[in-house]
Design a protein around this ligand. Structure first.
Ligand code: ADP
Ligand code: MG
Ligand code: MG
Length: 892
């Protein structure tokens, strides 16, 4: 088996489509080499080798070591140099890189091959003494940290003290003597922590580092990152061993990162940062504040022009925005990495729409790529500009607009403190000197992130953009004292817990509370902003037109109020898939009439109470029909157990007793009579209608009277009456007959008819199994996947938390791939859905099928629904855009 793939001009073995095997970095290094870009040669050890290493506790598959040595010799021959040689040394980097990019999560070591002998040779060869010592000190630090686990801070402390002792501010100011001193002390630190001398044998260095990179696949932050980003099923990381090029050879050398378009806004302009006389991570780590890419024009116009050309080449080649790394060695440009750029959802939207218009990609490609899970961040709030003007809020300082969105909250200075405060329900703004991969947990719970150092491509910026968390980076005027838990900014001091507001669109930071308001898209949708004023909205509109062209399933919403329905329709809902009537019974004197109805001793008293409820329900339905003019509305009859409507504390019981003119004892008695051990399997759903048909009669009457009223006023009404919790067709038929009886009566009374449908929810496993019998009379099925999951898996939704997390997340268990209440359990519950759909269609080919559980807004479930051939999914209003996009993606 082949475990190593070479890349170098005319000798490249890998290609772009080998990402699973070579990792994204390795595959694209090979690919860039093949299309003639200047890439330092090297070789890639496959992810399969990493998987083997993992399973065999650090063992190599047979032949791997020899294959690495053979490739090393090939590289040495090509370069005319030898790894760590004392005459003509070759130096390499050893880089991680998995199939899906996990920026900064795994490890990389640069300048490998240096030892006292090769160092001297490097000095002789380059005539650049400072550069050689600088490279050596970097190598010791990286090898010590990455391979041997020497705390990074120990090295930083040494570096800082040598700088302080010599009155130097930046790393670049250290001269040869200073660097020698640093290295002397580094070696002492190294020995203290490892008990060994710093290794001199280049081959030993190489294999130790390869092992460390393999091991970094399973370091804590990499595991956390994969979990958070739902990255599954990868073999491991590949290892890239690549010839070094040096950005730290002086002022004609440098290193940088760039995006072919703006990763924050998506604008089609070259975007990036670089540092002269710097190496590797200096730009990303925020060691010095980097220069913006357009200033490179003045520093080295040829290299700048070449980079601009490469930018175009890469976009044309990959048909997507690229995130690239480059290094300039004494005026010569080298490409070190390219990958599809991580970007905000705003940038996704704009870049994909513009690429369609530029003819670079198809509409399908654009739709397929935009991450559905993040789509609702487009609708996330922004800082309220009007309040900023009215209150004359002063910008305390301005940093870089690293990740868009407005945020306001209380400040915390460590990831841990942020996590604790967020757990208490506070809105958190995380303020850090700079962030590191250890901070991702704290960033994930924060409303916004602020850093003092670091550019647009710094860790904080990249991660925050990935999370859709507003971020302002590089606020040089903010000084944080982590120990005292305070910060100062231009004379203002804030303590932990004080308020701060940030604007990730502009980079403005405010040291006060500023409310946030709806996003631009929402403002245009509800008419408070003009379409022509919002480029974002225009792009959104274009993109959604692609979505609508492509998708075949309908997307409805679960809405109980005209307001929710209105909102959902603005977001593109094509009807209501689930209108829960029980929520309409709360509030005001409605709940009182409801309680009267429940507590009634006889049918007369119950009908009296129901007649009070009738006009209220009719009013609700009437307003919903008006709002949904022309779109179908599925209304579910009363579903929850009745005791949910009764007062459960003594004060409300007293009140209720008073209002109803009965004794508290009587109420208490009734309540205890209604008590159930398993209310979710108890007296609820259609069982209520079977025992108290007068409840059903009232609701059906309210629906039909409302529909007729709306129709009279010129609205187009499409009521669909849905009977819940049916298990056997006889239940359904009983309810259906009663409903039709009422409907015909209302038609007679009103002298006007409306078209309607009567169908059922499929949420009891028995109903799914006997769906053919039910479909004889039911005109539609709506899969209520919450209850269906609960009853099929036997997991109580309210009690499963104690073990279900383990079933899903524990690495040694993972019995369920996803939480079955969030993503449908394809093989179990999904199988029932498929079966019921088939049975239903077998007796009624045109039966309408939909899903209305929580799952209806989950992209993975939506893909499943497409496969089963459902007519529509229904989800909560704010997930409607996600569901539309996911439905289009499922149709491609
Ligand atoms: P990550 O995946 O965390 O970005 P990389 O493997 O890309 O890690 O490397 C870290 C840094 O080192 C990057 O800035 C990269 O450009 C630089 N680097 C990697 N290999 C070389 C090399 N052969 N010559 C010069 N710089 C390199
Ligand atoms: Mg890195
Ligand atoms: Mg990189």
């Amino acid at each position: 088996k082949k475990y190593v793939y070479f890349f170098g001009k005319g000798m490249t073995e890998g290609s772009a489509d080998m990402k699973a095997l070579l990792g994204g970095k390795g595959a694209n290094l090979a690919d860039m080499t093949s299309i003639g870009l200047p890439v330092p040669p090297g070789f890639t050890i496959t992810t399969e080798a990493c998987a083997y290493f993992d399973q065999h506790k650090g063992g190599y598959p047979e032949g791997l070591r020899d294959e690495v040595i053979a490739n090393l010799h090939k590289l040495e021959k090509l370069m005319g140099a030898k790894l760590g040689d004392k005459e003509n040394p070759l130096l390499v980097s050893v880089r991680s890189g998995a199939a899906q990019s996990m920026p900064g999560m795994m490890d990389t070591v640069l300048n490998l091959g240096l030892n006292p002998d090769s160092l001297q040779a490097l000095i002789k060869k380059t005539g650049n003494e400072r550069f050689a010592w600088d490279s050596y000190r970097r190598f010791i630090q990286m090898f010590g940290d990455v391979v041997m686990g020497v705390p990074h801070a120990e090295f930083e402390r040494v570096l800082q003290s040598v700088k302080d002792e010599n009155g130097k501010k930046f790393d670049t100011e250290l001269d040869v003597e200073n660097l020698k001193e640093v290295i002397k002390r580094y070696k002492i630190v190294y020995k203290k922590f490892t008990g060994e001398e710093f290794p001199v044998d280049p081959e030993y260095q190489l294999f130790k580092t390869i092992d460390a990179v393999f091991n970094s696949w399973n370091n804590e932050r990499a595991i956390k990152y994969r979990l958070m980003n739902d990255i599954r099923g990868l073999l491991g990381t590949a290892v890239n061993v690549q010839c070094m090029v040096f950005g730290n050879m002086g002022e004609t050398s440098g290193t940088g990162v760039a995006f072919t378009r703006d990763p924050s806004s998506g604008e089609n302009k070259f975007f990036g940062e670089y540092l002269m006389n710097a190496q590797g991570e200096d730009v990303v780590a925020g060691i010095r504040t980097p220069q913006t890419i357009d200033t490179l024009k003045n520093v080295n116009p040829e290299v700048y022009a070449q980079l601009c050309e490469i930018r175009e080449t890469l976009e044309k080649h990959y048909h997507d925005m690229q995130d690239l790394e480059f290094t300039i060695q004494e005026g010569k440009l080298y490409m070190l990495q390219t990958r599809n750029g991580k970007r905000t959802i705003f940038s996704w939207l704009r870049s994909q729409v513009e690429m369609v218009e530029e003819g670079l990609i198809s509409k399908e490609t654009a739709v397929e790529r935009v991450p559905a899970q993040e789509f609702n961040k487009l609708f996330a709030p922004i800082l309220d500009n009007k309040i900023i003007r009215d209150l004359n809020c002063k910008v305390a300082t301005t940093g870089l607009n690293a990740s868009p969105g407005g945020a306001c909250g209380q400040i915390y200075f460590t990831a841990k403190a942020a996590e604790e405060a967020a757990a208490e329900g506070k809105d958190v703004i995380l303020v850090r000197e700079e962030t590191s991969p250890e901070d991702i947990g704290g960033m994930a719970v924060s409303r916004g992130v602020v850093t003092c150092r670091g550019g647009m491509t710094s860790h904080a910026a990249v991660v925050a953009r990935g999370m859709g968390c507003p971020c302002v980076s590089g606020c040089g005027e903010i000084h944080v004292d982590e120990i005292k838990k305070t910060l100062t900014v231009n004379g203002v001091m804030l303590s932990e817990g004080d308020y701060m507001a940030i604007d990730g669109f502009t980079g403005a930071v405010y040291t006060q509370k500023i409310p946030v308001k709806p996003s631009e898209i929402m403002q245009v949708l509800d008419g408070t902003m003009r379409e022509s004023e919002s480029l974002l909205f225009q792009n959104y509109k274009k993109f959604m037109s692609y979505v609508n062209e492509i998708k075949t399933m309908g997307v409805r919403t679960n809405a109980d109020t005209p307001k929710d329905a209105h909102h959902a329709v603005l977001l593109g809902a094509e009807g209501i898939g689930l209108c829960r009537t029980e929520h309409m019974f709360f509030g005001g004197n409605r709940i009182l009439s409801m309680r009267k109805m429940i507590l009634a001793d006889n049918i007369g008293a119950r009908e009296q109470a129901l007649s009070e409820l009738l006009p209220m329900q009719r009013g609700d339905f009437y307003n919903i029909f008006k709002e949904l003019n022309g779109l179908p509305v599925t209304i579910r009859l009363l579903d929850p157990p009745l005791h949910e409507f009764l007062p459960n504390d003594s004060t409300t019981r007293h009140e209720t007793a008073l209002q109803l003119g009965i004794s508290v004892e009587e109420i208490a008695q009734k309540i205890s009579k209604l008590h159930e051990f398993n209310p979710m399997l108890g007296f609820r759903g259609c069982r209520l209608a079977v025992i108290y048909p007068e409840i059903l009669a009232m609701q059906v009457r309210a629906i039909i009277e409302a529909a007729i009223q709306a129709k009279r006023e010129g609205y187009d009404v499409k009521p669909e009456i849905m009977i819940p919790l049916v298990g056997i067709y006889k239940e359904f038929n009983f309810c259906r007959d009663k409903a039709i009886e009422v409907i015909n009566k209302v038609f007679d009374e009103q002298g006007l008819k409306v078209a309607y449908k009567i169908g059922t929810m499929i949420e009891v496993p028995r109903a799914a199994i006997t769906a053919d019998e039910i479909a004889k009379t039911a005109e539609f099925f709506s899969f209520g996947t919450n209850d269906l999951t609960q009853m099929t898996c036997g997991f109580s939704r309210d009690d499963a938390a104690s073990f279900l997390g383990h079933y899903v997340n524990d690495p040694d268990k993972q019995f369920y791939e996803y939480d079955p209440f969030a993503t449908i359990d394809f093989d179990g519950v999904g199988k029932l859905v498929k079966m019921a759909a088939g049975l239903g269609r077998s007796v009624r080919p045109d039966i309408k099928l939909g899903i209305c559980g929580e799952h209806g807004g989950d992209p993975k479930t939506i893909a499943f629904c497409q496969e089963v051939g459902l007519n529509y999914v229904s989800c909560s209003p704010f997930r409607v855009p996600i569901a539309r996009l996911a439905a289009a993606q499922a149709a491609i």
